[in-house]
Design a protein around this ligand. Structure first.
Ligand code: FNR
Length: 312
């Protein structure tokens, strides 16, 4: 229902940005198919009069396992953008995670949320490509009080977002007041605008490896989460590198085509991480029963992206 209202109200290029996956949208479909294929084993005559849906993450208890995933550029969907999201998250006390490419600064979002959000970090190609820029961005989130840094690792090779490109062609508005023409597709975002440029660091970008994790951990005491993990092998590496929580995600089907559903990747990741780390999962979660399935398979919490963007 929200998706239809968004399609009717949001400019075509911006609606395409919400909807797009990659290539022929196979990973986007697989996320839903994976969830729908699983069946529940319903037990009867259990006292369900007192339900506790709360979950604990890093010592903070949340009344719901539903997390507001980091999504960029939210003013493209509503003039209040991330501030409206923050007010909604505050109303029901959801954990909100703010994107590096937000259209509002972390300080303003924290004020609207009423407490510091978790901060999502992109390094090059989407975020800073210099170590100086990266550390300045992290420090700004620390200064704003953000207790947790979520490092997203699933766009390192870029992503082929054909559906988004098609919707852009249907949009005949003049986009030059917000978007640069030619060159970079997006305007410089508030959190990236004032960063020191610094020397481009060859270790940040396409050649980034796991060695970046200790470097990042050295510059902050924040809880450190890695977002975009899809295999047991990488979950083991997360454990070995001392990550504090794993975020299972294929970016809502936006990172690579022919990917598995996150719900299908979850069991091997839970097995590799054991009970050592909290596990957050997202991509395609739309119903309460989807969330039940993830929690039953060992996830600690479930994040959603597009549904709240449609709501905006
Ligand atoms: C995203 N996502 C995302 N992730 C991230 O780490 N940083 C970001 O800036 C963005 N931006 C973004 C924009 C839009 C329009 C979408 C739809 C998604 C991915 C997001 O955090 C989450 O992983 C997915 O949205 C989850 O899948 P669903 O719920 O959208 O199916």
């Amino acid at each position: 229902d929200l998706q239809r209202v968004a399609e009717a109200n949001v400019p075509p290029a911006h609606f395409g940005y919400i909807m797009t996956g990659v290539d022929g949208e196979s990973t986007y479909r697989h996320n839903r198919e994976g969830l729908e294929r699983l069946r529940l084993r319903a037990r009867r005559l259990v006292d369900v009069s007192q339900l506790d849906t709360s979950v604990e993450l890093f010592g903070r208890r949340w009344p719901t396992p539903i997390v507001v995933a980091p999504c960029g550029s939210q003013r493209a969907f509503h003039p209040d953008g991330e501030l409206a999201t923050a007010r909604a998250a505050a109303a029901l006390d959801h954990l909100q995670v703010l994107s590096t490419v937000s259209s509002t600064s972390v300080e303003e979002v924290n004020e609207a949320r009423g407490e510091p959000v978790w901060y999502q970090l992109y390094l090059a190609p989407v975020g800073p490509g210099s170590w100086e820029g990266a550390t300045a961005l992290i420090q700004r989130s620390v200064d704003a009080g953000c207790p947790t840094l979520v490092y997203t690792v699933d766009l390192q090779g870029g992503s082929n977002r054909l559906t988004g490109q098609r919707w852009e062609r249907l949009d005949d508005r003049d986009c030059t007041s917000c978007h640069r023409v030619g060159g970079q597709a997006h305007p410089v975002k508030p959190m990236l605008r004032d960063l020191p440029r610094g020397e481009p660091d060859p270790g940040l970008g396409r050649s980034t490896t796991w060695d970046t994790l200790p470097r990042l951990r050295d510059v902050t005491d924040q809880n450190f989460v890695v977002k975009g993990i899809m295999t047991g092998e990488d979950a083991e590496l997360c454990v070995r590198y001392g990550v504090d929580a794993i975020w299972v995600s294929n970016h809502g089907g936006r990172s690579e085509g022919s990917g598995r559903a996150t719900i299908d990747a979850l069991p091997e990741i839970v097995e590799a991480a054991g009970s050592r780390l909290p596990i957050i999962v997202d991509s395609g979660f739309r119903r309460g029963s989807d969330i039940v399935k993830a929690l039953a398979l060992g996830a600690t919490a479930v994040a959603v992206g597009r549904p709240y963007l449609w709501g905006l």
